[in-house]
Design a protein around this ligand. Sequence first.
Ligand SMILES: [Zn+2]
Length: 409
Amino acid sequence: MLDPTFRCRSCASPNVTLVLSFGRTPLADGLLTQDELTEPEIMESLDLVFCRNCFLVQITQTVPPEILFCRSYPYFSSVSKSLREHFAASATSIIDRYRVDRDSLVVEAASNDGCMLRNFVARGIPVLGIDPASGPVAKAQQDGIDTMCAFFTKDLARNLVAQDKRADVFLANNVLAHVADLNGFVEGFRTLLKPSGVAVIECPYLVDLIENCEFDTIYHQHLCYFSVTSLVNLFRLHDLVLADIERTSIHGGSLRLFVQLNGYPSERVLRLLDEEQQAGLNRPEYYRDFASRAENVRDRLVTMLRDLKRSGKKIAGYAAAAKATTLLSFCNIDTSVLDYIVDLNEFKQGHYMPGNHLPIHSPAKLQEAPPDYLLVLAWNFVSEIMQQQQGYRDAGGKFIVPIPSPAIV
Ligand SMILES: [Zn+2]
C-alpha cells in the first residue's frame, strides 16, 4: 500500500504509480557488530514509483540522514583507484573546457576527502569543499583542500554568496540522488553560481539501471533515479538549462550533466531526450517490464543457488556492498545459502550484514574455508575481483554473477 500523502520529490504531483515493491528491507550499509545482533533492527519499506507528471522515478521512503549515514566505518573516495582516475580525467576536461584558472572558484558538494578537488588544487585553482562526514573532511583539510563540514543547502549557498563567494564551477558527484530536499539543493547551486558559471553533476543513469536490470542499486540512500527527461523538467522549475550531457561507465552507467543559467541544450541533450521518448520512459509499461525482469532474475538466481546447495556445494559472497543488502533481501538469501561474505574493506570485516546476519570476513577466508562458488555482490567490479582472486580460480573456484542475468563464470 503506497503512502497516500506522498508527493513527487521534483514536481510535487501526487500522481505516482508503483513500479516495484521490495517489501521491508534492512538499511543498506547498516552493518552490525556482534553485540547488535540481538537488538531490534531498523527495517523500512522500499517502494519504487514513477511520477506521471514529470516522469521522475523515485522511492517513497525518506529515512532520516542521521540514521542512514551513521555508519561505523568511514567511506573514503580516494581508496578506490578507478574513482581517483575518473575524477582526475574529469577535472582536467572541466579545466580545459571552461578555462578554469587561479581567479576562479570551484565549489563541490559532498566533496568527501577531496578526491576530486585535489586535482584543481594541484593547478593552483581556489576550491571550497562541503561535506557532512567529519573523517573525510579532516583528511581533506590535512591535505590542504579548503573544506567545510556541512550539508549543502539553499541556506548555506545564501551564506556563501553573502560572503562574496560565488562559484564559477559547482561540482556534485553522486549526491543529487541522495538529497531529500531535491528542489532546495538545485535552488542552492543556482544561487551560488556566477551568471557565467556551470554546475557539473554526476548521477547514475536510469536507462542503464533499467536496461541492465540493476535493481539492486535501489536502496534507501538512493531517493531518485534520473532520466534526462526528468532532469530537464526539474531544472526547468528553477530556470536552469541542461546545456550538455555525457554518458560515463562509472557505477554501472552514469550521466555527467552541465547545467547553466543561460544557453540552450546541445544536440546530445536533444538526442537523449528523443531516445528516451522512443524507448517509452514516460510510460508506465516501460517500468512494468523492468519489474517483471527483476523478479525473473530473482527467481532464476534463487533456483540456481538452491540447486547448488542441494548438490552439496559451498557458496560464499564477495563484497559487503550497499547493493548486496537489496539483492540478498529481495532474493531472501541468508545463512542457509551463503556461508559468509568477504570484503577487502577492513572496517567491514568482523561485522555482520543487516537482516540476514551473514558474517563478513577478510578475503583470506577464501583460502581457509574455500567455497565452490563465489556470488559476486559487487558485480560492477567483477573483472577487478576476478583478477584479485586468480588463486581461487586456479584452485577450481567458480563465480556467480547475478546481474544482468544470473551466470556462472
Ligand atoms: Zn513529478
